[in-house]
Design a protein around this ligand. Structure first.
Ligand code: AMP
Ligand code: ZN
Length: 467
């Protein structure tokens, strides 16, 4: 069955076909900059990326998929202004930037596991690919696309036949505007940094023909994508914020070097919002998966919440709506188990019809809200049948909600349903520990024991079990 994806490059839905006509999809996704914890807005992007992978696999494709880890060169603003995010975080936390990168990469990958996001075939760390990046930049300079200033090597956009190609922003309009800081040495206001000369105290820096320096964020993705996937590959994904600068510049670089737009389909996920505005680290209105878990919301419930909106529409986050998804997840698990325990027969036609509609829906540019509608129809089918349980497991290849382990999750949930007075005591004990009031903390622990609850302190926090 045909798959249709919306392509940002052509501004329309197009039938998906691999470039070389075989069944291996070559795909690149812009990954995290590991200077801080990834927030649930970021994870909306990775849930989208994973659902896309799953839909392709469901259709019989194999994947060669690269996700990068940016551990150097991403400056505070995407338009090459400000400091390197990694160096800034390292200074703030009084640590080595490599240590910072390792720590946040590990937490990120653990969070991805909690969301049942499959590992991409290749995870490419920027600092492991400095040589490829440097060669890319040297080749661009040789071809006349790169020039040196006192800050670094810049890409000359006027050398291209067309810029921009992905976004329809009018660069002439913005030249006069105040959005771009004027750098007198740049030939054109929208020229961007390929390679950045390292200030004295910059820790992450490498030898280059232009002295100790480091790569720009855009060249990282171009060089790593090309190394693993070739000059042109099938799909490139990212968040909508990547369209006007990061992806535009990736395209510029590849066109400079190879004459080609590096990917055939460009797919972008809309933002998760809070109170109608963007959720972002710089605005300080972010939540992590950990924070949701502390409020009784499982990572998989957050994933189910993401399926309530199409990936190309904004999604507004509130605790009430995410809690509703937590409850929905419980109903889904219960519904699955009821079918699993059932022994009524369902006609083959019914099953085939469900399958057909599900496939049509996911192949229509990943319409997950509608696909969930079909899932609920199956759950609510009055006939309780193992065939329907199997069908839900089949659909779960795309949903990635780990329905197979429904019973385990429901049991765990029962275990953590605590009475209000116990929750209050736990909160008081947390507060006492935060204030280093060990005497009070021990007293509350004894009180909890008297009420039949055992408290254990682990490195990840506190666990409570019924005695
Ligand atoms: P960063 O680590 O800041 O480079 O962002 C990682 C990914 O998260 C990128 O693909 C961004 O486009 C995406 N992203 C950032 N904020 C949000 C948000 N509020 N909603 C959805 N995606 C986001
Ligand atoms: Zn990228």
């Amino acid at each position: 069955m045909a798959i249709n994806f919306y392509n940002t490059l052509t501004h329309k839905k197009e039938e998906f076909k691999t470039l070389d006509g075989n069944n291996v999809v070559r795909m690149y996704s812009c990954g995290p900059t590991v200077y801080s914890y990834a927030h649930i807005g970021n994870f909306r992007a990775y849930i989208f990326m994973d659902t896309l992978r799953r839909v392709l696999k469901y259709n019989g494709y194999k994947l060669k998929h690269v996700m990068n880890i940016t551990d150097v060169g991403h400056l505070e603003s995407d338009a090459d202004e400000g400091e390197d995010k990694m160096e800034k975080a390292a200074r703030k936390e009084n640590k080595d930037p490599y240590e910072i990168a390792q720590y946040y990469t590990d937490v990120f990958l653990k969070d991805m596991e909690k969301l049942h996001i499959d590992k991409t075939e290749i995870i490419a760390k920027a600092t492991d690919h400095i040589q490829e990046m440097l060669e890319f930049v040297e080749a661009l300079v040789e071809k006349g696309y790169g020039y040196e200033t006192s800050r670094g090597i810049y890409f000359d956009i006027s050398k291209l036949d067309k810029y921009p190609v992905l976004s329809n922003r009018n660069i002439d309009d913005q030249i006069a505007g105040a959005r771009v800081e004027v750098d007198e040495e740049k030939r054109n206001p929208y020229d961007f940094a390929l390679w950045i000369k390292a200030p004295e105290n910059h820790i992450m820096k490498w030898e280059s023909p232009w002295g100790l320096s480091y790569p720009g964020w855009h060249i990282e993705c171009s060089a790593m994508g090309r190394k693993y996937l070739g000059d042109q590959f099938d799909i490139h994904t990212g968040g909508i914020d990547h369209i006007p600068t990061h992806h535009e510049n990736e395209i510029a670089q590849s066109k400079g070097l190879t004459g080609k737009v590096p990917a055939k389909y460009w797919m972008h996920v809309e933002f998760l919002q809070v109170d109608g505005g963007k959720m972002s680290k710089s605005l300080g209105n972010v939540y992590t998966l950990d924070e949701l878990q502390k409020r009784g919301i499982e990572p998989l419930a957050y994933k189910l919440f993401c399926f309530t909106a199409h990936y190309r529409t904004k999604l507004n986050f509130t605790f009430d709506t995410v809690l509703a998804s937590q409850k929905a997840l419980r109903r889904l698990r219960e519904g699955f188990l009821k079918h699993k325990a059932g022994n009524e027969a369902v006609e083959n036609n019914t099953i085939e019809e469900y399958k057909k509609r599900f496939l049509e829906t996911i192949n229509d540019d990943l319409n997950m809200p509608a696909a969930m509608g079909i899932v609920w129809e199956v759950v609510r089918n009055e006939k309780k049948s193992k065939q329907l349980a199997d069908l839900l497991l089949e659909f779960d290849k795309v949903l990635g909600l780990d329905l197979e382990n429904s019973e385990k999750y429901l049991n765990e949930e029962k275990d953590i349903e605590l009475p209000k007075n116990i929750i209050d005591l736990i909160e008081k004990r947390k507060e006492a520990r935060k204030n280093k009031d060990w005497e009070l903390s021990d007293k509350i622990r004894d009180e909890l024991k008297d009420q039949g609850y055992n408290v254990k302190d682990t490195k990840d926090g506190m666990t409570v079990e019924k005695l």
